[in-house]
Write a protein that binds this ligand. Structure first.
Ligand SMILES: Cc1cc2nc3c(=O)[nH]c(=O)nc-3n(C[C@H](O)[C@H](O)[C@H](O)COP(=O)(O)OP(=O)(O)OC[C@H]3O[C@@H](n4cnc5c(N)ncnc54)[C@H](O)[C@@H]3O)c2cc1C
Length: 379
């Protein structure tokens, strides 16, 4: 089968690797001039690292991934431990694959290195999908055809708009500031998640070594609407959002230097279908979600495995099998990520005390009990 994958992000590249291993003839069309990911971090749960290992990328992943020992959930004001979960040992034991934090460009390198150069065309955006046959049109006027078109072109997917129709973006009212800083001697190398009224912060180490602390600071900014990894913010604005928070967090924020970037956070309601007779969607193009469960990239990697596992000349049956494996599952992840916009951000009061008591008792979003998420097998 000849497959055109539009978009060479984490999802598109994982798809190309998985489909080639399953025997398909794959071509990736990426609008950027080269593969790239912003210099930020990404957490990959065992559901995603397990797929990458099955694709034969385990050694490379072990080289660049860092396995933090714990996830600490912390109270905003004083950094009191609301709950702590073992990540390195326990996730491996429960789910058979590590929980890693990574530098995004390292992940892209691993995936793109698994593909021969000639598999990808760079620098020409896809502008549309042919209405009558499995083909895409490019900005330079060319048409490329195949047996199947896979839209892995991200949250603003052209393929989605041209095939199953668009779902309006839903603004969360929140904005994510991201920053990275060099690791210092004595640094806390766990995943730390501070929860407070209206906002939260997650910090974790990334890079070979590890050598950076990656921070995502989520704050309400209802008037800021730009979805971009590269829109600038200021360190001063960022710090002002966390006045009065625990000294460990403000100490980290004091080390933030510019550039600082901010991203208005949107998702979309789950789609009712992803495919036409000869096209389908994958990753953020299919199921954009808020980054409040650290699962968007992981789900795109799972999608890749699922699609490759049902590769079949009977295209309608194949695409139905793919959607059956993925649509309900990813909708659940989308919804839970959206719900965390409330759960993470409760004001101090009865609801917050109940959430914290549940967390302390090992209920709530408990990683060892989320077998449906971390133990999912998309193959
Ligand atoms: C702040 C933040 C933190 C996050 N943290 C995590 C995390 O810890 N763990 C996790 O699993 N997920 C996380 N995510 C989610 C994750 O980043 C995304 O879900 C993931 O990158 C989606 O991959 P994708 O390949 O589907 O789409 P994208 O990464 O958007 O890739 C799409 C690709 O398509 C290309 N493209 C777009 N349009 C066209 C076109 N017309 N023609 C050709 N090419 C095109 C783009 O250039 C791009 O390369 C986070 C997201 C955010 C915003």
């Amino acid at each position: 089968m000849r497959v055109l994958v539009t978009g060479g992000g984490i999802g598109g590249l994982a798809t190309a690797v998985a489909l080639r291993q399953a025997g398909a003839d794959v071509h990736v069309v990426e609008k950027a001039k080269a593969f790239g990911e912003v210099g930020a971090g990404v957490q990959l749960g065992p559901n995603a690292t397990g797929v990458l290992r099955r694709l034969g990328l385990g050694d490379e992943l072990d080289e660049v991934g860092f396995a933090p020992e714990h996830l600490y959930l912390l109270r905003w004001q004083d950094g009191a431990h609301l709950a702590e979960f073992e990540l390195a040992n326990r996730m491996l034991a429960e789910y058979g694959s590590p929980y890693y934090t990574l530098y995004r460009p390292d992940l892209i390198d691993i995936l793109s290195s698994a593909l021969p150069d000639e598999v990808t065309s760079f620098g020409v955006p896809v502008t549309g999908v042919h209405p009558d046959k499995p083909a895409i049109t490019l900005a330079d006027g060319r048409t490329l055809d195949a047996d199947l078109v896979v839209g892995a072109d991200g949250t603003h997917s052209i393929v989605r708009g041209a095939t199953v129709g668009d779902a309006p973006a839903r603004f969360s009212g929140m904005c994510g500031y991201r920053a990275m800083m060099p690791i210092e001697p004595g640094e806390d190398l766990n995943v730390q998640l501070w929860l407070g009224p209206d906002r939260h912060v997650v910090a974790y180490p990334v890079g070979r070594g590890p050598n950076w602390i990656n921070m995502l600071c989520v704050v309400p900014e209802p008037d800021w609407h730009e979805e971009s990894w590269t829109a600038p913010g200021t360190a001063e604005d960022l710090r002002a959002h966390f006045d009065g928070w625990s000294s460990k967090l403000t100490g980290l924020l004091d080390r933030v230097t510019e550039p600082v970037y901010r991203w208005a956070l949107y998702d979309r309601e789950p789609l009712t279908h992803w495919s036409t007779a000869t096209t389908t969607l994958l990753g953020d193009a299919a199921h954009p979600m808020l980054p409040f469960l650290a699962q968007g990239a992981a789900q795109s990697i799972e999608d890749a495995a699922a699609l490759a596992s049902v590769l079949d000349d009977d295209l309608p049956a194949m695409l139905k099998a793919y959607e059956d494996k993925r649509r309900v599952h990813t909708a659940r992840v989308q919804r839970m990520s959206w719900d965390n916009n409330v759960v993470y951000h409760l004001a101090d009061g009865a609801e917050q005390r109940k959430r914290d008591a549940d967390l302390a008792a090992g209920d709530g979003f408990h990683p060892y009990r989320m077998t449906w998420l971390y133990g999912s097998n998309p193959f």
